[in-house]
Write a protein that binds this ligand. Structure first.
Ligand code: NAD
Length: 254
């Protein structure tokens, strides 16, 4: 698809990090962009900065997502590109200090990372399938954010890895479900990216994490994630696959 003023997009988790970089890149390409995020302060700031529309949304709540997708549609028209970036990365072991993992924390990771992506993708897809086809019979593109933890969850990542593994596994069946409607579905599994999640770590820790990446030996720049989103949107043969974006890193156990 073309990315221009005729390509409305929405980005969950667009107030920060990988989602924010995606919002900014899509705005540069001319797309009307809606940011769906719980963080009102950051969301308003990013939206104001680059001319996006911020809609306060809790992705764990299907009703909140539906209201947001409808508000985005009223402002921009049907979103043709939906990118799910909202996520959290809680750290806790299966049994920590002799006590079983807090089930509420596990459920929270699933609610935000998995159900959140599912709500945004499925509700955005509903709008796409009801819209007129664009070039080549295409009606829209969904991009879900997984993680390399989907394949190599580390110590303390049992909940996170389970949620991201499910996001990765959803890609192919979702692409198959929507193929007749001309909606493509892709996943991105990022490695280590320099977002607020990692910016809080001391510089030496950031540097040493960066050196664990075979090449380039550094943390990823969020705009490198946004570049892949842009490429996926434009390249019609990309469908039903999760792409690792990780400088060849394979995470160790810890
Ligand atoms: N940064 C990395 O190295 C990395 C690596 C692999 C995967 N990821 C994944 O990429 C995505 C983005 O990560 P990031 O590093 O940009 O994180 P981030 O913390 O900078 O951004 C996440 C955004 O999600 C929003 N969010 C959280 N809960 C929400 C909810 N219930 N409803 C709506 N929005 C909510 C936050 O407000 C925030 O703006 C996440 O899914 C993360 O798991 C990141």
């Amino acid at each position: 698809m073309h990315l221009d003023a005729s390509t409305p997009a929405l980005v969950s988790g667009g107030a920060s990090g990988l989602g924010e970089a995606t919002v900014r890149r899509l705005r540069k390409a001319g797309c009307p962009v809606a940011i769906l995020d719980v963080d009102m302060e950051r969301g308003e700031r990013v939206a104001g900065d680059c001319g996006a529309l911020f809609i306060a949304t809790d992705v764990t709540d299907a009703g909140s997502v539906r209201t947001a997708v409808e508000a985005a549609r009223a402002a921009h028209g049907v979103a043709r590109l939906a990118v799910t970036c909202a996520g959290i990365a809680p750290g806790a072991k299966t049994v920590g200090k002799g006590v079983a993992h807090d089930p509420a924390l596990f459920a929270k990771a699933m609610a935000i990372n998995l159900m959140g992506a599912f709500h945004v993708a499925s509700i955005a897809a509903e709008g796409m399938v009801g819209a007129e086809p664009m070039g080549g019979g295409e009606r829209g593109v969904l991009v879900n954010t997984a993680s390399v933890a989907a394949y190599e969850g580390q110590v303390g990542q049992v909940a996170y890895a389970a949620s991201k593994g499910a996001v990765a596994a959803m890609t192919l069946p979702m692409a198959r479900d929507l193929a007749r409607d001309g909606v493509r579905v892709m996943g991105i599994a990022p490695g280590l990216f320099l977002t607020p999640m990692l910016e809080g770590l001391p510089q030496e820790v950031q540097d040493s994490l960066g050196k664990t990446v075979p090449f380039p030996p550094r943390l990823g720049n969020p705009d490198e994630f946004a570049m892949l989103v842009q490429h996926i949107a434009r390249n019609q043969m990309m469908n039903g696959e999760v792409v690792r974006l990780d400088g060849a890193i394979r995470m160790a156990a810890r």
